[in-house]
Design a protein around this ligand. Structure first.
Ligand SMILES: [Zn+2]
Length: 303
């Protein structure tokens, strides 16, 4: 019944705004299946096909594509066991080798700040306001290089290490990505495409042209080696305007056919190098998911 409501609402919004792209990060298999049931009367097609249709001015109403960023082991492994719909997985080529990206460090540092002993022995002791510390760190995460990120939290990271709250091993195991072997294996499944999420997951707005060019080319090469396919779609790390900047899309357009963001919205009339997506999280149970795909009023860059 609810899938008929979805179909009806999608038809109306699709008339104006075309199809849509779902952006997952961490998602359980159950919630993923629930979303699939909700969209049963729509058609999931590979991302590249959807974007090409849109670029060629063809109708994309009733169509959607599924993307998953960052390739977390806890999401990709269960989801790909009984996959029935096409998915695109955006991988960072450093992360798949076990190099921890800054955003994972951010989660760990923030998680540990909830412990009373860390609150008292670090934040209170040094008179640092926890909320300010993490909002500033988040801004750096989204807009600056790894070197700046590490510099800002070096003292705190040292405290956590010295007091055995973290180790290299525990950080690696906190939220691992799938590895190269599984990527090679999964790339043989016709329903799964691997595309580029860069190398280091630094915001592209913070990189020089040479640095960005290196990021893009090395990720294309590594994905080619693992899957035998050339990546045609780039996914901007963090996907926000502040992380993308104004210069990167032009450079990205020299190496990729399309690039996706985290700007919420549907794809009709969008720049091929700034494709919007609709983010879906674990908390998006049926009605929330339905509301998300039914709105005509996403603000560009406003999420
Ligand atoms: Zn990411």
């Amino acid at each position: 019944m609810i899938n008929s409501v979805t179909y009806f609402l999608d038809k109306i919004v699709g008339n104006y705004k075309g199809g849509f792209v779902i952006a997952y990060h961490q998602i359980s298999e159950n919630r993923f299946i629930e979303h699939q049931q909700l969209f049963e009367k729509l058609e999931a097609i590979p991302l590249i096909e959807l974007l090409k249709r849109n670029k060629n001015g063809l109708n994309t109403k009733g169509l959607y594509s599924i993307t998953i960023d960052d390739a977390y082991e806890n999401t990709i492994e269960p989801l790909t066991q009984n996959l029935k719909v096409p998915i695109t997985i955006f991988v960072q080529t450093d992360y798949i080798k076990g190099i921890i990206p800054d955003f994972v460090k951010f989660y760990i540092y923030q998680d540990l700040s909830n412990l009373d002993i860390v609150k008292n022995e670090y934040f209170n002791k040094f008179s640092i306001a926890i909320d300010n510390f993490f909002s500033e760190l988040k801004l750096i995460l989204y807009s600056q290089k790894t070197s700046q990120f590490n510099k800002f939290c070096e003292h705190y990271a040292d405290f956590l290490k010295t007091n055995n709250f973290i180790s290299d091993e525990s950080m690696k195991n906190f939220l691992p990505s799938i590895g190269p072997l599984l990527i090679s294996k999964l790339s043989k499944n016709e329903l799964i495409s691997f595309e580029s999420h860069g190398k280091s997951h630094q915001p592209v707005s913070a990189l020089t042209k040479d640095e960005l060019s290196h990021e893009l080319k090395s990720s294309i090469n590594e994905i080619l080696q693992l899957t035998g396919k050339v990546s045609k779609i780039f996914c901007y790390p963090y996907g926000q305007q502040i992380s993308i900047g104004n210069i990167a899309p032009e450079l990205v357009s020299l190496l990729f056919e399309f690039a996706v963001t985290m700007n919420p919205g549907r794809i009709k009339s969008s720049n091929p190098y700034l494709i919007p997506r609709i983010p879906f999280f674990e908390k998006d149970y049926k009605l929330r998911a339905l509301a998300k795909i039914s709105t005509l009023f996403y603000k560009q860059n406003g999420y």
